[in-house]
Design a protein around this ligand. Sequence first.
Ligand code: PEP
Ligand code: MG
Length: 556
Amino acid sequence: MEQIQGKTIFNKIAIGKVLLYQKNEATVKRRHIDDVGEELRRFDAARETALSQLDQIYEKALAEVGADNAAVFEVHKIMLEDDDYLDSVRNIIREQKLNAEYAVAATGGNFSRMFEQMDDSYMQARAADVKDISERLITVLCGGSTAIRRIGEPHCTDSVLSACPEDGQPAEPVILMADDLAPSETVQMDKSKILAFVTRHGSSNSHTAILARTMNIPAVIGIDIQNDWAGKTAIVDGYTGTVTIDPDPATLEEMTAKMQEDERKLRLLKELRGKETITGSGKKIHLYANIGSVSDIALVLQNDGEGIGLFRSEFLYLESKDYPTEEEQFRAYKMAAETMAGKKVIIRTLDIGADKQADYFHLAKEDNPAMGYRAIRICLDRPEIFRTQLRALLRASAYGNISILFPMIISVQEVQESKRILESVKAELRESRIPFKDVEIGVMIETPAAVWISEALAKEVDFFSIGTNDLTQYTLAIDRQNPKLDAIYDPHHPAVLKAIQTTIENGHRGGAWVGICGELAADTTLTQTFLDMGIDELSVSPSFILPVRKAVRALS
Ligand code: PEP
Ligand code: MG
């Protein structure tokens, strides 16, 4: 038995088998080979396997998401037949006498960089496809030694073979361990197959951590993961931040009992379902939920969320290989509106950039991405992307109670420009006789600038949603992504609390209602403070709804 101490992200316990998730780039080693012919045959065999995998994936995608979305896998097949690509790989093997994995990685890197630099946006978008097929080939070539498949893809390796059936999906849910996870990777995983996340890197305030909390999955970071843990039984204790490998029977028994105790407490909390979020003296607040995708709505309903306070729409973009179409977005927003059956659904417009990257946006590397080209700045700079989303949102508004929230606002002009574009999209819909409803408009208050001009902003909008995650980052000048600074990233800092108070006062003075949707909204040690400040709404990860309701009801 081995016990390692890390840092907790979400208080929950999981027991299960370990699946190591490594990014392919990290596993490719440059190796000299003696038998060129054998290495070329190995590469050709891997290519055949990759092609037949793509056939299967194409068929599955065709059935599940339709021809348009499945077409990308046909493009991948064409790339695997491309002479320039194949010649480059074979040349490196033949001339430099290097291993096939390295030859594919080098070729993939060169070709994707070449595509990225092209002027034509269609060709630029192909960079992601080259990376994808190269990863696929490398994975097939490495197959058998290390667990490097992405969860959800049809293949698996020896180290997890015992947990995987023929199609490569783990037969039972696993504890996923990785060096680091990007939000785009986390969001693409089949959540029903994940018991817990354990990573070596990452910070408590990153979007991956937020996703783990939203998905109700225990998570621990800062663990020095070892390769020989693959396939072993582990316990992830999200309360203490401890990970136990190969637990002895006594520990297993103790932790199973702790898990059962958790479930018992959860059952007690469930008794608060259907009850009002109201203090003893009758002060009521709205208690909404934060979600990253439509599939999280099940958790909102299970936990009796009174609405959705923050739908992070950018995760729709992160799940896609290309810009989601108006139709795809419309379907997602409509489903959210319909499922919530008239309850409020606040959808935040695209907040991409910084740690939330999608290749097809081709965002240049920046020295300071958190303060860079992101969120509303991208939307106002590339209005065609913004208009597509606004059309989808407005069309979906006809099916429920949708509100629109603009992120990363720093000026009244940005809000006015966003509203101007929204009005022109409305005019377009009216002209085409496409129905939509009047929607409430809100802005995220997550920059000190927005706090200082909140009285003016309130006159422009119906509501504010305070994003304490970024507000803390920008107020304290502490990078929320940097694990070294976790200890001093303090959302309880008086400057942050003062900013919240100022925002609430100014919002009310200007006629806007005010909520909090950052992680701090779930901090029950501050519930009283927020109510005293006059907060109207709190929006939290689904699993925090009932604990926060309990805290509000306990207040006098
Ligand atoms: C925030 O900044 O508090 C927020 C809710 O937005 P995100 O965490 O997605 O940046
Ligand atoms: Mg934010």
